[in-house]
Write a protein that binds this ligand. Structure first.
Ligand code: C5P
Length: 222
């Protein structure tokens, strides 16, 4: 059906800024709100897809969306791998922390003397998008994001190859109506075989609908 172009399709989406534990009460995170990932989940659902949203934090969403909470990058990767079995598409909208503590503290870290330093030992997190891109099955479509503050298109094109993605949604996070925790966004859709297309500025839901339209085209070609 034309009005439900994703009927029968399974789509997996990540959302939000991951939280990496420091100790039982503290974590490292970033400025991402998860709004873009949640908007993509609603747009995919409205297009008829079966949607699994792997999110670092909870926000209101349609009950028909299968919401899997996965706060850390490692938890997100495990949930995504599971959800991707038999899925048609993956959209990596999460702002995944590049680093996590090598070993989170078992107990709350206490203050000691006023001039004492605390050093956190960070190790790199797995790259979820790259992992999925490299394990992509025939017919599957992989979409990534590129949040940049400079050389937007150049960096986005590099990511198509390095991440094994079919589409990169390039996000100039310094643009006035785009980026973290805003309700509007402006992005550029970057594909290997086509000229870049700018979308917005408009609401994150309107931008999400256009990204889903592009996903429909990619799935039809895959
Ligand atoms: O490498 P960079 O973080 O700039 O790439 C951004 C894209 O990669 C986003 O789609 C983001 O969701 C994804 N990503 C990921 N896992 C990471 C880092 C980034 O899925 N550890």
């Amino acid at each position: 059906r034309d009005d439900l172009p994703l009927a029968g399709r399974r789509v997996v989406i990540t959302a939000g800024g991951t939280k990496e534990a420091i100790d039982p009460v503290r974590y490292l995170t970033n400025r991402s709100s998860g709004k873009m990932g949640y908007a993509l989940a609603e747009a995919a659902l409205a297009a008829g897809a079966d949607v699994t949203l792997v999110a670092a934090s909870k926000r209101p969403c349609s009950p028909a969306i299968r919401l899997v909470l996965a706060p850390s990058a490692k938890a997100m990767l495990a949930a995504v791998k599971k959800a991707m079995v038999g899925a048609d598409a993956f959209i990596a909208a999460a702002a995944v922390s590049d680093f996590a503590l090598a070993k989170p503290f078992d107990q709350k870290v206490k203050k000691t003397s006023p001039d004492a330093h605390l050093t956190l030992d960070l190790v790199q997190n797995p790259d979820i998008l790259k992992t999925v891109g490299q394990q992509k099955q025939p017919g599957q479509v992989v979409v990534g994001f590129a949040a940049e503050t400079e050389n937007l298109l150049e960096n986005a094109k590099k990511k198509l190859t390095s991440k094994g993605a079919d589409l990169i949604v390039a996000n100039d996070v310094l643009a006035p109506q785009a980026g973290f925790d805003k309700d509007s966004n402006q992005v550029t859709l970057v594909r290997a075989d086509q000229a870049p297309v700018t979308v917005g500025p408009e609401s994150k839901l309107a931008v999400a609908k256009k990204i889903i339209q592009e996903l429909v085209r990619l799935l039809d070609q895959a």
